[in-house]
Design a protein around this ligand. Structure first.
Ligand code: GLU
Length: 361
């Protein structure tokens, strides 16, 4: 697979992949990546997700310390992002490509209507032969409303645009097992895989193996192949193909439509709905979730938000878009659907989560 049979590919570049230890943008390395991609360009739509705004900003502002406070990093990212975009533009132009900058906030991907807008923008850029360079909109994002790492952002973009391949280039060849052997292929993310992830991040990036595995989960559910590979050597794609050094996460065979893939890969879930055994049986048979089966609500959310459905032991059963706010569900939980209008005092939907808005996990 890798790249030969791909139609849409997302390439994520970590901060230490594009910015060297002295704070310099690695133009030659990025140029070698673009040259690799150029070979396949005619049949391939390409998206680059690049970190490095904060790292470059620190370098231009001569800020030495490694981790800076969030309000400061917002300002630093504003300085760095403009340099980052300029560097990419220069290299793309040299290779006869036009590029575009897309800065994404968490709500752009987590609200369905905005996610569809994001998809349309990408599609129109592909039609015009433009290669978009994406980063998180760090300038306005605060901790609560932030991806924080570009691994999951890249995976969510891959899912939204229907990419078939995502490559995460960082400073490691991939995921290693306990005996330090590189794992070449992963079909399922179980506790064993999670235990290999560790907590380490590199000096610039905020990701690490954990966020890469979370990104893999999103890709696997979306039918997208994901690779973790080393971005240290030049011509990184050629090198992946020649050496076979990478970890590949194989996608699951999915029967979900695009909307359900988006629901199941949600990154922000604002609340949980705890249900009884009767409702568990109903939803596992593809039925909607009704108020009668709801035991309790956790968290605060509005109508239309993505929530987790859990059993009484906190086990996650499904994800879905709630037809009611958490306040409303507190009033109608355990009640018959026919009583909802009387209790709330206004007409509403009769299901807490409609079956079309819910996916088992
Ligand atoms: N968006 C951040 C930047 O460009 C980096 C996020 C990450 O480390 O993945 O500096």
């Amino acid at each position: 697979m890798l790249i030969k049979n791909s139609k849409k590919i997302v390439i994520k570049l970590g901060s230490s992949t594009v910015v060297d230890k002295n704070g310099k943008f690695k133009s030659d390395w990025v140029d070698s990546l673009i040259k690799d991609l150029k070979k396949y360009y005619k049949k391939l739509s390409i998206v680059i997700v690049s970190s490095g705004a904060i790292a470059l900003g620190q370098s231009y502002l001569k800020i030495k310390q490694k981790k800076i406070k969030i309000d400061m990093s917002q300002a630093v990212a504003a300085v760095g992002q403009i340099h980052l975009a300029e560097k990419f533009q220069k290299i793309f132009r040299k290779n006869n490509f036009e590029t575009a900058q897309i800065l994404i906030s968490l709500s752009d991907t987590e609200q369905r209507r905005r996610a569809l807008n994001v998809r349309r923008t990408f599609e129109n850029l592909f039609k015009m032969g433009v290669i978009p360079v994406v980063n998180e909109n760090d300038t306005t994002a605060t901790t609560e409303i932030k991806y924080g790492d570009n691994d999951r952002l890249a995976a969510r973009v891959a899912q939204i645009i229907g990419a078939d391949t995502l490559i995460l280039f960082s400073d490691t060849d991939g995921l290693y097992d306990k005996s330090k052997k590189l794992i070449s292929k992963i079909d399922n993310i179980d506790d064993k895989v999670l235990s290999l992830a560790g907590k380490k991040t590199n000096s610039y990036g905020s990701g690490g193996m954990i966020t890469k595995i979370e990104a893999a989960k999103i890709c696997m559910n979306a039918g997208c192949n994901m690779f973790i590979a080393n971005g240290k050597k030049k011509n990184p794609i050629k090198s992946m193909i020649n050496t076979g050094l990478y970890t590949r996460f194989n996608p699951k065979i999915s029967t979900l439509d695009a909307r359900k893939k988006w629901i199941v890969s949600s990154l922000s879930s604002s609340g949980k709905i705890c249900i009884d055994t009767g409702a568990m049986v109903a939803i596992s048979n593809g039925k909607s979730l009704l108020a009668a089966g709801v035991k309790k609500v956790e968290g605060t959310f509005s109508k239309g938000e993505n929530v987790l459905v859990i059993d009484e032991n906190n086990k996650e059963l499904a994800r879905g878009l709630s037809s009611f706010s958490s306040d409303e569900i507190n009033k109608i939980k355990g009640k018959q659907s026919s009583d909802i209008e009387k209790i709330l005092g206004y007409p509403s939907k009769s299901e807490i989560i409609h079956k079309d808005d819910m996916v088992d996990i």
